[in-house]
Design a binder for this molecule. Structure first.
Ligand SMILES: CCCCCCCC(=O)CC(=O)SCCNC(=O)CCNC(=O)[C@H](O)C(C)(C)COP(=O)(O)OP(=O)(O)OC[C@H]1O[C@@H](n2cnc3c(N)ncnc32)[C@H](O)[C@@H]1OP(=O)(O)O
Ligand SMILES: NC(=O)C1=CN([C@@H]2O[C@H](COP(=O)(O)OP(=O)(O)OC[C@H]3O[C@@H](n4cnc5c(N)ncnc54)[C@H](O)[C@@H]3O)[C@@H](O)[C@H]2O)C=CC1
Length: 722
């Protein structure tokens, strides 16, 4: 795990723990032993710590956090490095993160390749840099920079790290030989100020003000998370004598380590990686199927979604041919794309030059014929099956044989769309989330005939365009919208029973969502849901009006349709569930007209309103969705609970510190969740989605605590028995 060798009078400790040289037990032990050995060897004058392969250690081994502790801890290893009589140089390349950066800060010198990155990402795992990182960084980089880096978790470029004193030297070429030259230039003993514990933290004079500013920022940007607050408190403690500060860091670290938030966020770290691994069958899976290259793309429809998708593709360097139905819509779409890119320039997320480069890659067009030679097309026209079938039929005629045809439909059956073509193996859903240029999720939806190669290609495309791709099977609404439908339906019933939109939204925002369901509704546009309901009605042979209270025996709330018919489409019309200063404005205000509409609706329907508790709002919103999540596992629409959680985290802004709805259910306890679902089923028999999922019942009543990793297996067993 740590290879020890000598090059002349230098001991080289090379960490060898692929893929990221995480500081697992054997690595910590190896570093400790190596430092001791080098100090005992009279021939050795200095020591280099370096990483083999792609990186210097990228941090502690996260998978060890939930296991019993073994071997020396990181602090013991670090203190051994710092007290080494012979100079220790950390030679950094790749990503020197978390515990890795702590080891580097215990070292007396830090030299790095220009391409290296350093950072403390612990905050994303619900932790703080607990091996004296919060005490050492302010001693080299100052209080303000340390607070910013540790609370944001961002990766800092080597150049910036050099400017802030984190690194001593940047080099090009061969890191080891540069480090050996550097070692040769050093004095044999370690100067007092190269042991950072001996150096005072910088910026002490303004520490209180820096702390207050940083605290306000994290309360705004990371509301609900406890780690950033503990990070700030720990950095502030660096003003105290070293041992006292380190003791406070330890207490704050332990508080986080044992918190539910850290466990949830560490679960998310692995869930995000697990979600990108896909398996459909023995023949169709990630290991057996390769992606085909996508060098050119087409997008059809330049509305809300199409324009966002175009921006995402252009930003990833892919050329796009954009097709609209007429010149007016095309011009509007292109302007929207320009506006989004200009917004990025204004926010300094890209330069004008990069924007112009993107725009040069955009080819507006009015005919599908222009797509004949592209590698992949994404259709984003109105949510209308007939229209999509017509377009896919034409694309099949026009596009070259290899072209992959994707639909951004949010609900429609991919198999039906595929049937309009003679290449169902090359048809797949690529479901982006609004706004598509912001939301990280890409829900890829395979149909019965979609090939493994097509799946591999869109999963790969997801990574290329810097999204988090998750694979699900086709069905109405897939996983995201199928579960969300429960959440939204319960929200609308809660309005009928006693809540107002802002009251509901406040509860769910306090739960941790960035916006409640009604603010999201206004953002997406109330016409989207309206169209989906109309489509569904058409497909199933019934009609929906503003007087409808039941559909095929199921309770239905027509409140959203009432708002739609009044032209209240949300932000875009300046009025929706809230009112806005002007169309397109962001700040939502409570609208007494909406209260009147709701009260009248209830009166006409003979509904007696009541006070609804926070617990009921959260339970009905979350448990109805969770029950549907278990059904998705049962049906094989989702292949593992991690996929569902990642969908909610990145598609709907579910709070990371709660892990995702399925993980959240596991923390509540499936028996408790099941009991409450049974209760709501009894209370609301006219909403069949409250019928408890078979899989949930089975897991909840097993009398054992079945780990999440076994839920999908239980679902398969369940199915094979049916
Ligand atoms: C009393 C003592 C108190 C001591 C307290 C000490 C507290 C600490 O100091 C705590 C820490 O260090 S916490 C860890 C901090 N480091 C991180 O969070 C870095 C996490 N990794 C990354 O960001 C990317 O993997 C990275 C940017 C590095 C690379 O990205 P890539 O996209 O190239 O690769 P990934 O697909 O993300 O990763 C490849 C495989 O490696 C696994 N992995 C990554 N980082 C890991 C880590 N730190 N621990 C364990 N496994 C890790 C990752 O899961 C993936 O595995 P597979 O999915 O199986 O391939
Ligand atoms: N708005 C949302 O939040 C989300 C929507 N979706 C899905 O994305 C698709 C598009 O939705 P939006 O962008 O919201 O709709 P939109 O109404 O904003 O845009 C649709 C665009 O398609 C164009 N169009 C219609 N027929 C066309 C044709 N024959 N040829 C070329 N262009 C044509 C229209 O002119 C319009 O600009 C739908 O399937 C929707 O369900 C998916 C995820 C989220």
């Amino acid at each position: 795990m740590v290879d020890y060798r000598t090059v002349k009078s230098v001991a080289v400790l090379e960490v060898n723990n692929p893929p990221v040289n995480a500081l697992s037990y054997n690595v910590r032990q190896g570093l400790q032993d190596g430092i001791e050995r080098a100090n005992k060897d009279k021939e050795i004058k200095s020591i280099i710590i370096i990483g083999k392969g792609r990186t210097y250690p990228a941090g502690a081994d996260i998978s060890e956090f939930s296991k019993p502790h073994k071997g020396p801890n990181l602090i013991e290893v670090g203190l051994g490095i710092e007290s080494s009589r012979k100079p220790v140089i950390s030679a950094i390349h790749g990503t020197c993160l978390g515990g890795g950066l702590e080891i580097a800060l215990f070292s007396h010198y830090r030299i790095a390749l220009e391409s290296a990155k350093v950072g403390f990402p612990e905050v994303a795992l619900g932790l703080l840099p607990g091996a004296h990182g919060t005490q050492r960084l302010p001693r080299v980089a100052g209080m303000a920079f340390a607070m910013e880096i540790i609370t944001s978790g961002r990766h800092v470029s080597a150049r910036e790290a050099l400017q802030h004193g984190i690194l001593d030297k940047l080099v090009k070429g061969n890191l080891l030989s540069e480090s050996l030259d550097f070692a040769a230039s050093l004095p044999f003993s370690v100067p007092h100020n190269r042991r950072l514990r001996n150096v005072p933290a910088k910026g002490a004079e303004n520490a209180d003000r820096i702390f207050e500013v940083a605290l306000n920022k994290v309360k705004q940007k990371q509301n609900g998370f406890i780690a950033p607050i503990n990070c700030l408190k720990a950095v502030k403690a660096a003003l105290l004598p070293y041992e006292e500060g380190a003791k406070i860091e330890r207490e704050l670290f332990m508080e986080l380590l044992t918190s539910g938030q850290a466990k949830a966020q560490q679960y998310v770290f692995f869930a995000e990686r697990a979600a990108t691994r896909w398996y459909v069958s023995n023949e169709k899976n990630q290991k057996k199927c390769s992606a085909v290259p996508v060098k050119t793309t087409g997008v059809i429809g330049a509305g809300t979604m199409g324009s966002g998708i175009v921006v995402t593709l252009l930003r990833a360097g892919l050329p796009v041919i954009l097709v609209e139905q007429d010149s007016q819509n095309l011009e509007r779409g292109v302007n929207m794309i320009k506006g989004i890119l200009q917004g990025s320039v204004n926010l300094k997320r890209m330069t004008s030059q990069q924007m112009n480069k993107c725009l040069q890659q955009l080819t507006p067009a009015q005919s599908l014929d222009s797509l004949h030679n592209v590698d992949l097309v994404i259709e984003a026209v109105f949510e209308n099956l007939k229209l999509k079938e017509e377009i896919f039929g034409k694309l099949d005629e026009i596009c070259k044989q290899q072209t992959i045809l994707c639909s951004n439909t949010s609900t429609l059956d991919i198999d039906k769309i595929a049937r309009a073509t003679k290449r169902p193996d090359k048809v797949i859903g690529t479901h982006f989330f609004a706004p598509a240029f912001v939301m990280p999720l890409l829900e890829n939806v395979y149909g019965t005939k979609t090939s493994g190669e097509t799946i591999a290609t869109v999963m790969n495309l997801g990574k290329t365009i810097r999204k988090i791709p998750v694979l699900v099977k086709t069905c109405h609404g897939f996983v995201a919208n199928r579960m969300l439908a429960r959440y939204q339906t319960e929200a609308s019933f809660l309005l009928e029973e006693g809540c107002l939109p802002h009251e509901y939204d406040q509860v769910m925002e306090e739960f941790g969502f960035p916006m409640g369901a009604f603010k999201v509704g206004d953002l997406s546009g109330l016409d989207i849901g309206y169209r989906i309901r109309q489509e569904l009605a058409k497909a199933n042979g019934y009609t929906v009006t503003t007087d409808t209270r039941y559909i095929q025996g199921e309770r239905f709330s027509s409140l959203a349709d009432k708002l739609y018919e009044l032209g209240r489409l949300g932000r875009k019309t300046g009025k929706g569930w809230y009112k806005y200063d002007r169309p397109g404005a962001k700040e939502a205000f409570v609208d007494p007209d909406v209260t009147d509409i709701i009260l009248k609706h209830c009166k006409d329907a003979g509904i007696i309103r009541r006070k609804i508790s926070t617990q009921e709002i959260v339970e009905r919103s979350m448990y109805s969705s969770i029950n549907e999540g278990f059904r998705c596992l049962e049906d094989g629409v989702a292949s593992k609970p991690e996929d569902i959680d990642v969908i909610w985290l990145h598609g709907f802004g579910f709070p990371r510190y709660r892990g995702g709805p399925m993980y959240y259910a596991s923390t509540i306890g499936l028996a408790e969740v099941y009991d409450r679902i049974c209760y709501y089923h009894k209370t609301f028999p006219e909403s069949s989605y409250w019928v408890p999922s078979d899989l949930l019942r089975k897991l909840a009543t097993s009398g054992r605590n079945i780990p999440m990793s076994d839920w999908s297996t239980a679902a398969t067993v369940n199915k094979s028995r049916l």
